[in-house]
Design a protein. Sequence first.
Length: 158
Amino acid sequence: MTDLAPRVELKLLDPRLKAWGGPAYQTAGAAAVDLHACLDAPLAIAAGAPALLIGSGLALHMADPHLAALVLPRSGLGHRAGLVLGNGVGLIDADYVDEIQVSVWNRNPPGGAEIRITPGDRIAQLMFVPVARPVFAVVEAFSQGSDRAGGFGSTGLS
């Protein structure tokens, strides 16, 4: 940890996390730490079933409004098995201090492969990001003009 690294208080709510090796950066260049499934028993998620919340066994306190955490899917699980996040990306605000929950969804088509999650499986990852909190100035017209307008393909299709 460098002097420039933000300080985040971490509470281990599930003692099994220590045995499972979490939370920890898996490599020197890793951008995120893995989140483990803190389940009491294996869980089967049917293809196309509604998203489920799984506890991570972690709570944290960032206390800095210029910091947030993102819960992201693990790419291999999504690509190979179809396990993705039910909300796309989870946002953890700096003042949230309860357990981090992971919304998981089996994106396989109904009737497709079920996904089994066992206690301790690494099911998502947590990445910390800086947050810009601008001061808003309500105006009648922008101070600098731009020819850019539209969106959703306004710059071309290829």
